[in-house]
Design a protein. Sequence first.
Length: 333
Amino acid sequence: MPEPPAWRRFMSAQDFETHREKSQERWQKIQELAEADNRSKERGKSFFLEDSYTDVFNAINAAIYLRRPLLVTGKPGAGKTSLAYAVAQELKLGAVLSWSVTARSTLEEALYRYDAIARLQDAQFKQEKPIIGDYIRLGPVGTAFLPSHLPRVLLIDEIDKCDINLPNDLLELFEEGRYEIPELVRLKDQATEVEVGTADRDLPATLYSGRVFCYEFPFVVMTSNGERDFPPAFLRRCLRLRMPDPSQNQAVLERIVEAHLKPGQNEENWGRLQDEIKELVQQFVAKGAGETADIATDQLLNAVYLLTAEVKPESIDRDSLTELLLKGLSEEN
């Protein structure tokens, strides 16, 4: 990784030496998890950009060099979510840590969860004293900030659905690169090292005195559909990127369709389908920017999949099916 700016260093190299050996051991297991995750690999492969899309490449590189989060907007199907998986796959940064935001989401739940009730019950009914680390599990955001010699990829999906306070809550984490687990901080005199579960399929991690400092700031992708505005202080600390609209780029659309539909097809079947797919994409592009701007890319995928299927119900009219599947998002039912 390139060296970070002086103002974006969070843990010194000397302090990281305490974590280096465990970080490298853990990283090997993270890579194994990523290799076994076929769905995530397919999502990364489906991401495609032309060389002319320099804004996207510049934003990715700037986020990596400056250790800043990316706030990514764009129409549905433009590849906002897939961008995170593509970067993780291309740079071999392990499995993507994903947090889907809702109106009820809080930063605390994305950092960690502490099951105090289960611990109390075990203390009452088991003879041995419960180990507090068995009842703490780091969430996707908390896992992403564990000290590591390479950055993790963190996807915060649809952040515009969040409560009004969440962007401000994220500011301190993004600026300081650290957080605390109060339940462990209070016990620092009794247990300086505690092993807890993580979002990596419960691949454990060791925490020291209840505090987590990142060494390499994670590559953070926050997607937004533009449903709300964010505070200026939050926007200043992000790199903002609007994904290009692929709806009028035939080469990009054909590549997206190929990435989703080609796996599992033998060469003979794929050769037969290519001409039909090309024709359907041409018809889609011919609708013009005004009409296709209101149609999500996955709607095109649905149409291509059904219209090129080997077995189609005879009762379905091709034109009616196309109209149904490619209905604009703002059109009335």
